[in-house]
Design a protein around this ligand. Sequence first.
Ligand SMILES: Nc1ncnc2c1ncn2[C@@H]1O[C@H](COP(=O)(O)OP(=O)(O)O)[C@@H](O)[C@H]1O
Ligand SMILES: O=C(CO)[C@@H](O)[C@H](O)COP(=O)(O)O
Length: 533
Amino acid sequence: MEGFIEEKVWLGLDLSTQQLKSVAINENLEIVCEASVHFDTDLPEFRTVGGVHRHDDNQTVTAPVLMWIKALDMLMDRLRVNGLEFGQVAGISGSGQQHGSVYWKRGARQTLRNLESSKFLHEQLSLSFVLLESPIWMDSSTSKQCRMLEQHVGGAEQLAEITGSRAYERFTGSQIAKIIETKTECYNQTERICLISNFLACLLIGDYAPIDLSDGSGMNLLDIKKKEWNQQCIEFCRSDLVEKLGDQIVPSNETIGMVSDYFVERYGFNPQCYVVAFTGDNPASLAGMCLGPNDVAVSLGTSDTAFISLSSPKPSLDGHVFCNPINENHYMGLICFKNGSLTRERIRNTCADSSWDIFNQLLESTPRGNFGNIGFYFDMKEIFPVVSGDFRYNRFDAEVSSFAAEVETRACVEGQFLRIRIHAESLGFKSGPNTRILATGGASANQSIVKVLADVFNAPVYTYSIPNSAVLGSALLAKFAKEKQNISYYDMVLKLNSNFTLIAKPSSDAGEIYDNMVERYRKLEKRLENDEA
Ligand SMILES: Nc1ncnc2c1ncn2[C@@H]1O[C@H](COP(=O)(O)OP(=O)(O)O)[C@@H](O)[C@H]1O
Ligand SMILES: O=C(CO)[C@@H](O)[C@H](O)COP(=O)(O)O
């Protein structure tokens, strides 16, 4: 029993779109405790759908900051109930949905530094924000600011060269520029602007926490090669912005402080428990999946996101390049699509009686290639292509108004995966004999869906023993922060390789079927984009 009490654990958190999750790992990298708080069901008073509030303009999407704060105390209680001994936690790190921003009011730092352990966090911080609704990654209301930012630095290519991405509506720079333009007084009253990742870290350390290089790469404000704020981009927003963002930007595996007295006194954390920089959920996933050079990670969460490791940055107009969370001198390429799980859910609800089992039966009742039918389903304005609505094409590429339920189901899933493949290829991904698709996120638990993924990519799909890798990656980064002088990250996580399980192999005819479909999809996507322009 003595050994158990002395065993150290590392805690990872992930504040993603629909929930706040946590895992604790031990010295052997085994998961010893897990808990989660689901925003819609556990915190119904905030009336979110899928963790967010969609506004009437169909472009603005926000989430209530106090909901996230309330969820943190709830999560701690659940971890305790699930058996976590907080005194054993040696270090904590975490991640958050990327790009969203939180606006702390003047004086909030004082409140953060003096949190009383007898009260809930949300009671004490309820007056600490100038915006109670934080813009999040699903927001697409900043097209004007995006075009202006690109012009300001000399064009989209130039912005991508500096920051790793052309201007995107959800990226934090254009979101902040919009707040400055439309809510100037709020901006003036703002003491600190956080990403969702370092906002969560602030709560843990009881002070303002710095932005990390990987999540900072999703702002269109950071020079990803020099690893400092880019003056031109900052000035496009406002010259005093660095004061509000904090001038320090830290590597994602750096210790930023100790857990605050609030957590020591209220939950029994050890005062020596250190906190490592929090990062974006996708960079944390890359760490959690120990991504190798032949791997492409496909995260089927609220968003469908794919990413690869890159040793040098080759920014393009398609996709994003971020600093790598394991080694800040390396990079990662990423593409993200808004219409992921929630769109699959919509098709499940309309075609499959709201049942994943029926959805899977429909999927399996149709052949690979779906008789040549191709569908595009964009509930929200998509990122690539920038289009919204449903579009269906028969095998002659003629638009049709509807599909039978089973054809619609396959068209939705095949279309989503063709889109990921096409844009991953633009980012530098090339399928070869050693390619592995590493699937994560909620829908990676669905065997029928991942079989389509294997076929479309003509590559085997592996999954981890836990479906969500962001939270594991955070716990691993917490551990790595203290060990990096002695061991490389990949050596530290070596034993996790055995946790990859092959879950789907491509069929022998998959290459032929989908290579052809990829070309048709590419042309149809271009056509849709041109029609929309
Ligand atoms: N069996 C399943 N089949 C398909 N999709 C699923 C299944 N189980 C969960 N999901 C999807 O997973 C999504 C949540 O994924 P998750 O990675 O936890 O989201 P996030 O991290 O963005 O909050 C849900 O919206 C749901 O549609
Ligand atoms: O915008 C992006 C990546 O650029 C999204 O991937 C968000 O980071 C949200 O992630 P999930 O909640 O879907 O995991």
